[in-house]
Each structure stands twice: as C-alpha cells, then as structure tokens.
Write a protein that binds this ligand. Structure first.
Ligand SMILES: *Cc1c(COP(=O)(O)O)cnc(C)c1O
Length: 365
C-alpha cells in the first residue's frame, strides 16, 4: 500500500529531536504562546525575510485575522482564484465580505492575472493570490495592479512554504502572508497551526491583538478578537522540523522531476515550473480526462491518490448565493474534473515511486 503522504515516516526520521522538543515543552510549563512560540516565530520571520511573524491556531484563522486587520468586512469584495481550497473563499465570507473569483491559468493553476482588472469594482479591497500546490502565483503583476487600484494583497501561502518567486520567498511579498501548519503541509505540525507574516508594524500589532480577544493590555479588549494562538507544543515540534524543511523540499523537487521524466513521455499532463519559479511540490498534480478511472485503477493496485479539489469554490454550496454557475470559470472547472495528486512526500522511496509510475504507465497503455 502506497499512501499519498506518510507522516509517521517523517516522525521516525527525526524522532529523537521531536521527542526531546515535546518533553522539554512539557517540563517548561508554558503551553499557550510563551518562549517556544516566540522562538519559532523568529525562525520563520528570518527564513522568509519578514519583520513580523505571528503564530496562530490555523491557516484558516490566519486568513481571517489578515482580513480583519485590513478592515475588510461587510460590503467589501476580495478577488480570489476560482480554483483553490474552500478556506480562501470561506474566510472572506466569514468576515462578511464577498469573494470575487477569477479563473486560473490552466498550466500553472495560478490566478490568471489578465482576469484581475475586469473583476475590480469600487467595492474591491484586496486580492488573495494562492500559491496553489507549491508553485508561486505571478506576484509582480498582482502587486502592480494592487498598487494602481489601492488594493491590499494577502498571500495564501498555506501550500507554498519555501517556494520562491524570482528568488524571493513567497509569503513575504504581499501586505500580509498566511501560513498553515496542518500536518500534511510542507512544514507541518502534529495538530493545527498557522501564522501571519508582515513587514508592517501596525498590522503586526493589530494581528497580535486579534489573536487574543483584541487585547493590547491583558483583559482590556479594544475590539472583538479571537482565541487563536499557536500552542507551545506545536511550536516546539515545528521548531524541531524547521531546519529540515529545505532538504525535504529538495527531496520533493527531485521526486517530482523523476515523476515528470517518466510520465511526460507517456503523454501524461505533468506540472510546470515557470522559469521564475521555485516550486516546492506540496502536491504533485497530473491531469487526465479519465481521472476517476485512473484513480480507481491506482486504488486497486494499492496506490492512494487524491483530488484537490473536486469542486471549485464558486460552485460550492455557500457561494451559490453569489449567482456563479457552471461554465463561469472554465479552467477551474476543467481542473476540478481532471486533476489528480500522486503520492509525493520526502520519505517516498524510489521503489515506491517506481510502482506508482508503472501503474500509471499500465493505465495509459
Ligand atoms: C491548508 C490550506 C488552508 C487552511 O489551513 P488550515 O491550517 O487547514 O486551516 C488555506 N488555504 C489553502 C490553500 C490551504 O491549502
């Protein structure tokens, strides 16, 4: 059986470091925020090259708190890609704003920047590019359009930890960057976790307040905030994993290259990496018009695969009220019908990968 990801394989590869980090946190008596969280925040801030990193309870909360810090709410519109994890749309709606979708580039799955300007209205406040699958979005044109129209840019970097755009780390390019430490992400905790990143000290202060009930001073709420803190155990685990992530991302890239070398000659549609991009292959995505049959075939061979995502957010139930319908964003809809993630994680062995390749080859015929 080959799984899509194997979190225990990674744990066993660094068990001593993780166990020591957990035990020392238990001994420390600090469980919410505290020195472990501060240390990890500093590590990520310096890795990505941002001034402020603020640990939160999840990547979803990171998006919500970023939107709140930018005063986005009822009556506002936020431009997001039509192909992403639902949280990108759901968080915009949860602060009372309206997600406005733009279709994606069918090769890179990133926001089609030529579609952004026509989507701007007097109500538009922000753009949320998503570095989907670990490939960077086209940030320069996005930032330029945002500047021209006075819009803010929030990067949904949940899948792009370590990715680079023209040599610069994603998550550090917009007004606010958002990270998720969901266990399967490239830097994953053993539970939920997230983070916001910014170079703006006023935004950083506001987001620090929002993560603890709107407090500047303890118990004196200045606005309605949240209970959204990265906990110390997760921060200690993440700090232990932190020095390994570049090597893990490199393994992902090597395995991705190897998949592509074997699958592209068979006519399989494989992922692209633009020349200005460093892709970190959070997911390795192929396309097939017989996607569901391929997935069933792999399953029967004991090989897991997964569809990210079977429904684009504009067609999800909560977004129906905005009136989008089938056919509005053809590239997103086609991707939802055709994309399939193959097993890819740093500990995947070449023998396992060969099995996956052989199975796909057999299916393609
Ligand atoms: C994982 C993910 C999120 C949400 O992160 P959580 O930590 O699971 O709340 C948001 N956006 C994208 C693109 C994601 O992949």
């Amino acid at each position: 059986m080959i799984s899509l990801v194997d979190l225990t394989a990674q744990y066993h590869s660094i068990k001593n470091e993780i166990d020591a980090a957990v035990l020392s946190t238990l001994e420390s008596g600090h469980f919410i925020l505290g020195p472990q969280v501060a240390k990890f925040e500093e590590s990520v801030a310096s890795y990505l090259g941002v001034k402020h990193a603020i640990g939160l309870a999840s990547g979803t909360d990171a998006l919500v708190i970023a939107l709140r810090a930018l005063n986005i709410g009822a009556g506002d519109e936020v431009i997001i890609p039509a192909y992403t994890f639902f949280a990108t749309a759901g968080t915009v709606m949860s602060v009372g704003a309206k997600p406005v979708f733009v279709d994606v580039n069918p090769q890179t799955y990133q926001m089609d920047v030529s579609k952004i300007k026509p989507a701007i209205t007097p109500h538009t406040k922000a753009i949320i590019p998503v570095h989907l699958y670990g490939h960077p979005a086209e940030m320069n044109p996005i930032l330029e359009i945002a500047r021209e129209h006075g819009l803010k840019v929030i990067e949904d970097n949940a899948q792009g930890y370590g990715a680079e755009y023209f040599g610069k780390k994603t998550g550090a390019l917009g007004d606010i960057g958002c990270l998720s430490f969901f266990p399967t992400k490239n830097l994953g905790a053993y539970g939920d976790g997230g983070m916001v990143l910014t170079n703006d000290s006023a935004l950083a202060e506001r987001m620090r307040m929002l993560r603890t009930h709107g407090w500047k001073k303890k118990y004196y709420s200045e606005e309605v905030g949240y209970n959204s803190r990265l906990d110390a155990l997760q921060a200690a685990i993440l700090q232990a994993k932190f020095p390994h992530v570049d090597a893990w991302n490199e393994k992902r890239r090597q395995l991705a290259r190897r998949y592509t070398e074997h699958l592209a000659p068979l006519g399989v549609v494989t992922p692209v990496e633009c020349e200005w991009a460093k892709h970190v292959y959070h997911l390795y995505i192929i396309r097939s018009q017989k996607r569901d049959e391929l997935q069933a075939f792999l399953k029967q061979k004991g090989i897991a695969s997964e569809v990210y995502y079977p429904i684009p957010p504009h067609l999800a139930e909560p977004c129906r009220k905005f009136g989008s319908k089938e056919g509005d964003f053809p590239h997103a809809e086609q991707a939802a019908r055709e994309t399939l993630a193959l097993p890819l994680y740093p500990e995947l062995t070449l023998a396992q990968q060969d099995e996956v390749i052989a199975a796909v080859k057999e299916f393609v015929g």
